[in-house]
Design a protein around this ligand. Structure first.
Ligand code: GDP
Length: 470
């Protein structure tokens, strides 16, 4: 608490879980009469789910001599009205993929642009819903997150949420500092806010690229594309285009009354071809036709390509994985099994709850109790985090993904589901959509009005004595 007071006195609005940079820590230390020394540690970023998406596991098991670079897949996140849609449009119009000029560009949920001879795939469904849907199904598809922050507005609740998402999925963040054209833009202020969230701009010797852009005036777009290529070059973005393990993610899908099921797929390994039999969630089918994002008919699509396909029996859900099968019969059989499982699941919804979490802790599957905390007022959040930090927890770690004020909404449930976290509410309610979703996803929401009851429950959960709450 004393450290926080000193931080506040120095203009840093810190909370108990927050990381501060070395210089700040040194100032606080000296005020407390200590001298700080910097110890360089191996960077440990494994804070959250730690699960590797299935398609990434498949690529990891490929013969490394067969792996080639694939275009990075980029998703844009940020607070509402900070300019995600405008930015996606500006990028789309900045560079039309080579050789495709003049094609009809339609929105199919993803597109590609070419910059300096290299392709970049953008997921065209801004907002967290699509991103979390993917993560919740273990199919995290993006390699890089572009975090849009309006330079006049700064960090807002959904910005924090987006950072939590990206970190949980261990996807690097590039910041697009948008609306830089506005007279009230205050880029330095926003950079400072970012640094306080441990996204220290590279110009301040940090490790986060912060690119000033104006989506509206279409300035800075080239720099942003450049930054994406730079970051992706430092990563291992590869796949085996000739693999017989052809796998990817459903980006979106709908029933068209003339054409049947139209699904946009992102190929992640192998190459998808017309005539392939695919299983996507519970939907099966032989691909009758395939189109690129210009609406042009194609026969084959390699890793990181977004394609629209026709031929599926049912509408798969966004975020579900698809895989190519050699036998249509086998694919149908698995689809039937999945349908049966879903019915079973809805009868006894699994609880991603405190109780089941304890079982996972016991089984050594996790050493972390992940919490999302929602409270009525800012003033409640701090004593809650303090109390949680004082709990005797043995070798289990309590990880607060984020804590903020406001009622519990669908976004919170989505993140909890994807991160196997529990939602703890203090003097707040869960809205009806959130309740319904929590039921379906088996996410535990626990509401409290007294802090010690909350900490008591967490303590019990850690000891495995908690009674289920119905
Ligand atoms: P989203 O909710 O994040 O998708 O935000 P939108 O792309 O819909 O943009 C919200 C509003 O901000 C719209 O009125 C845009 O015209 C405006 N806007 C977006 N980018 C910029 C920009 O670079 N400069 C200015 N001045 N306005 C912008």
């Amino acid at each position: 608490i004393q450290v926080i007071k000193i931080l506040m006195a120095n203009g840093v609005m810190a909370n108990i879980n927050q990381m501060v940079d070395f210089d700040t820590a040194a100032i606080v230390a000296s005020e407390l009469g200590f001298e700080a020394t910097l110890e360089v540690e191996e960077e440990v970023k494994e804070t959250e789910t730690g699960e590797i998406p299935f398609w990434r596991q498949i690529i990891a098991n490929e013969d490394s001599s067969k792996l080639v670079n694939r275009p990075p897949v980029v998703t844009i996140l940020g607070h509402v009205d900070h300019g995600k849609t405008t930015l996606l449009d500006a990028i789309r119009h900045s560079e039309v993929a080579a050789g495709e000029a003049g094609g009809i560009t339609q929105h199919i949920g993803a597109y590609q642009v070419e910059h300096k001879g290299k392709l970049i795939t953008f997921l065209d469904t801004p907002g967290h819903a699509a991103f979390t849907a993917m993560r919740a199904r273990g199919a995290q598809g993006a390699d890089i997150v572009i975090l849009v922050v309006a330079a006049n507005d700064g960090i807002m609740p959904q910005t924090r949420e987006a950072i939590a998402h990206a970190r949980a999925a261990r996807v690097p963040i590039i910041v697009a500092l948008n609306k830089i054209d506005r007279p009230d833009a205050n880029p330095d202020f926003v950079k400072k806010q970012l640094a306080d969230l441990d996204l220290v701009p590279d110009e301040w010797d940090g490790n986060t690229m912060v690119v000033p852009v104006s989506a509206k005036q279409k300035t800075g777009i080239e720099d942003l594309l450049e930054a994406i290529l730079l970051v992706s070059e430092s990563m291992d973005i590869k796949a085996n285009p000739s693999s017989n393990q052809i796998i990817g993610t459903v980006i979106e899908a709908e029933l068209d009354h003339g054409k049947g099921v139209m699904a946009t797929l992102l190929v992640q390994n192998g190459s998808l071809e017309v005539g392939d039999v695919i299983l996507a969630g519970k939907a099966v089918g032989k691909l009758r036709a395939m189109f690129d994002f210009h609406g042009k008919k194609i026969r084959k699509a390699g890793p990181s390509s977004p394609v629209q396909v026709m031929g599926l029996s049912d509408v798969p859900e966004a975020g579900e994985l698809f895989q190519v099968y050699s036998s249509e019969k086998e694919a149908r059989l698995i689809a039937e099994e999945r349908k049966a499982q879903v019915q079973q699941k809805s009868i006894n919804a699994p609880k991603a709850s405190l109780e089941s979490l304890f079982n996972r802790i016991q089984a050594g599957e996790t050493k972390e109790l992940r919490l999302i905390i929602k409270a009525d007022v800012q003033g409640s959040l701090e004593p809650i985090t303090t109390a949680l930090n004082e709990i005797e927890k043995g070798d289990v770690n309590i990880n607060v993904l984020y804590s903020e004020t406001g009622d519990i909404g669908e976004n919170d449930v989505n993140l909890a589901s994807a991160s196997k976290a529990i939602i703890v509410g203090f003097n707040v309610q869960a809205d009806s959509n959130a309740k319904r979703l929590a039921e379906v996803e088996g996410v535990s929401i626990r509401l409290y009005e007294i802090i010690y009851r909350l900490t008591e429950d967490v303590e019990k959960a850690l000891k495995g004595m908690l009674e289920p709450e119905f």
